[in-house]
Every structure is written in structure tokens, then in C-alpha cells.
Design a protein around this ligand. Structure first.
Ligand code: MN
Length: 131
């Protein structure tokens, strides 16, 4: 079980990601724009962050820059979830601070497995043990 902050402004995408993560035993924490996302990550100290690129108030690239500049939060795996056209090339994505990306539209059959691949080992799959 992992705690995963999901920063996404589209209600249908948010609903799908929350549903799928919960179905596989994870604990999603939603945030609806970039500022909310930064505040939620700072408060929750999650195991992983999923982040849309096009977001109100603060876009995903700026969320990434700010998180990675923060020593306390910069080590949390940060994964962009976006249409490839929104992402730009891989070099720009990594430069912004993302550790990887998943492309929209979300594939319900594969999504959670793709997310778990970015988790630190202890939180992945069913092997996690309480602290
Ligand atoms: Mn968006």
C-alpha cells in the first residue's frame, strides 16, 4: 500500500485514477490544481506524486521545479500523467524535474502496474509492511 498524491484538474481523470489506485489497495490523496498540489505534497509527504501538466494556478512543470528544489520533498518520485503532446520531449520533462511519465488516455488495465514501477520498493505491490 502506498500513499499517492494525485494532482489533476479534470474530474473524470481524477475519478478514474482514484478508483483504480484504491481498487489495488493504495491510498490516493487528490489535489485539484498546482498550488493545492504543492500544499498537499508538503502536508502528506506521500510515497509518490502523479501530476498533470496543464493545471490551473500553477502548471505541472512549475510544480515539478518547486518540489525538486525542496530538500524535504525532492526525493519523492514525481511522475507526469499527460498526453505526450503536452509533455514536450523527454529531455524537457527530465529538466523540469519529473522522474518519468505516463501517457493519457489512462489505460485502466495497465495504469496501477505502471504507477507501481515508480514506487520505492517497500511501498510497491503487496509486499509492504507497516513501519
Ligand atoms: Mn489538466
Amino acid at each position: 500500500m502506498a500513499r499517492i498524491v494525485v494532482i489533476e484538474d479534470n474530474p473524470a481523470n481524477m475519478e478514474l485514477m482514484v478508483y483504480l489506485l484504491q481498487a489495488f489497495g493504495h491510498q490516493p490523496v487528490p489535489a485539484v490544481d498546482g498550488i493545492d498540489g504543492l500544499e498537499t505534497v508538503a502536508r502528506e509527504r506521500p510515497d509518490l506524486v502523479l501530476c498533470d501538466i496543464q493545471l490551473p494556478r500553477l502548471d505541472g512543470r512549475e510544480v515539478a521545479r518547486r518540489l525538486k528544489q525542496d530538500p524535504a520533498l525532492g526525493t519523492i518520485p514525481l511522475v507526469a500523467v499527460t498526453a505526450l503532446a503536452m509533455l514536450g520531449d523527454r529531455a524537457r520533462m527530465l529538466e523540469a524535474g519529473f522522474d518519468g511519465y505516463l501517457s493519457k488516455p489512462i489505460d485502466p488495465q495497465r495504469f496501477v502496474g505502471q504507477v507501481e514501477a515508480f514506487l520505492p520498493q517497500a511501498s510497491a505491490g503487496m509486499s509492504g509492511s507497516p513501519p
